[in-house]
Design a protein around this ligand. Structure first.
Ligand code: FES
Ligand SMILES: [Fe+2]
Length: 462
């Protein structure tokens, strides 16, 4: 935690999930509780993709909240391979004097050696050995003797790195510090899992992935704002010129808002239409969706039309979990997995987006773009071209980074006289969080945001 100012003594109660008090974003004490209860509590945090560490000894640094961890592939005996995926996640903090010993963002190692006093750890985090454990033997005038060393009861086994629980789902690696977190599939829930399966599960099990590249950015806003942004289907058709004009996401499209029973995870589904001014061909609904929307630019055209060279893929069409016997073909699925992951399919572009909080008013946002191992070179090119919409300088996502910063700036104004003075309003489509109710079949709603804050309040005990 970076901020040190005292929390305000007067707070309004959070009146409903549809009114989020500004202190939820600005109070350093609330942020510290979020780290403890959410990120280090009984929740699963995404740490990376299995494909990022293909070989034994491959590792990459990642984060759970503000604790840096190492995602590493361990050796596994052939007899154990059916039951042990070999993926370990250990905290990057030496058991001796607390040094963050691993400094390379990724690499390959036989073991981890802390530079300070060379304590050496196995890939699974066990302490393998340390210099001078049994002291130094010297010969003095009175004969041989031993200087120093660890006490006789020093136990290597009791002095390893902090090991996190790890679960891998379709190549997505999740970790938790908590023994109380339920198994990952139960944590994600039956409403969300089909939409992860749709992307990651092929006919013969999980689809092998390929790593296409990274973007990263620091956004000066509270970490929850990023989840809100991707649970907010109302803004893309207004804020994003690109989406409105080229029809990737607009209020006249078929869409659905799904959340898990707790309100913490969500999926926004949509099916693109052809853009332009007229009635959306796919939706069949006459609409004035572009009228008065200042972000719609009728004359805007692409210099390179390949940017929207969308190629439908067979896996887009699945049995509709909501309507048995029917098929459904979303072109966009935006999946938010509380507290720190977004999985994005925007037509042919696929990415994970990892939220890494950095104080109550800032977070790092890391995009990992991926494809499938059986993609043709043309499809890989297409996925990469379409990824230009996203990331810190993307034609769409740059807008989100800015409004998140502007939001945090606005919230900061409330505390000028030390009194609680306001809240955000998320009542589009109702005031109820909508827990346990069927999905909303349109995008003119803030129901997913209400769901998340209902869960947040409960998990935080506020
Ligand atoms: S602090 Fe790591 S070996 Fe001493
Ligand atoms: Fe957006």
């Amino acid at each position: 935690m970076h901020a040190t100012t005292s929390p305000p003594t007067v707070r309004p109660a959070a009146a409903s999930a549809g009114r989020v008090p500004f202190w939820a974003y600005t109070d350093p004490a609330v942020y510290q509780q979020e780290l403890d209860k959410l990120f280090y509590g009984p929740h699963w945090s995404y740490v990376g993709l299995e494909v990022e560490i293909p070989n034994v000894g491959d590792y990459k640094l990642s984060w759970v909240g503000e604790r840096q961890v190492i995602l590493v592939r361990d050796r596994v005996m052939p007899k154990d391979r059916a039951t042990d995926h070999g993926i370990r996640v250990v905290e990057n903090r030496c058991a001796h004097r607390g040094v963050r010993f691993c400094q390379e963002p990724h690499g390959n190692a036989r073991s981890f050696v802390c530079p300070y006093h060379q304590w050496t750890y196995k890939l699974n985090g066990d302490l393998a050995g340390l210099p001078f454990k049994d002291g130094v033997k010297v010969v003095t005038e009175t004969g041989p003797c031993t200087h120093g060393g660890m006490p006789p009861d020093f136990d290597l086994k009791a002095n390893g790195l902090t090991k996190l629980r790890v679960e891998v789902l379709h190549g997505l690696v999740f970790a938790t510090f908590s023994d109380a977190a339920e198994p990952l599939r139960a944590y994600l829930g039956p409403q969300i899992l089909p939409w992860l399966d749709r992307i990651f599960q092929g006919s013969n099990g999980s689809r092998p992935l390929t790593l296409l590249g990274y973007n990263r950015q620091r956004i000066p806003g509270n970490w929850k704002l990023m989840l809100e942004n991707i649970k907010d289907p109302y803004h893309p058709g207004l804020l994003h010129t690109w989406f409105v004009t080229f029809g990737l996401w607009r209020a006249d499209q078929k869409s659905r808002m799904v959340m898990d029973e707790h309100g913490r995870h969500a999926v926004m589904l949509s099916r693109r239409n052809d853009g332009g001014q007229g009635p959306a061909r796919d939706s069949g609904v006459q609409t004035d969706v572009t009228q008065g929307v200042t972000s719609f630019k009728a004359n805007m055209a692409l210099h390179d039309p390949r940017l929207l060279d969308v190629q439908p893929e067979p896996w887009w069409t699945v049995d509709d979990p909501q309507n048995p016997g029917q098929r459904i073909t979303p072109t966009v699925t935006m999946i938010t997995l509380f507290p720190s992951l977004i999985v994005q399919q925007q037509v042919n572009s696929l990415s994970t987006r990892h939220i890494q909080p950095r104080g109550n008013g800032s977070f790092d946002f890391v995009w990992t773009h991926f494809g499938f191992a059986d993609d043709t070179p043309e499809m890989t090119e297409r996925r990469l071209r379409q990824a230009n919409l996203f990331g810190p300088a993307g034609f769409v996502s740059a807008d989100d980074g800015e409004v998140i910063e502007f939001s945090q700036d606005g919230f900061a104004q409330w505390n000028s006289d030390g009194m609680a003075q306001g809240s955000t309003l998320c009542e589009l489509g109702g005031k109820d969080p909508g827990l346990g109710q069927p999905p909303t079949e349109h995008m003119v709603t803030e129901t997913l945001i209400r769901g998340m804050y209902a869960y947040w309040q409960k998990a935080m005990g506020l």
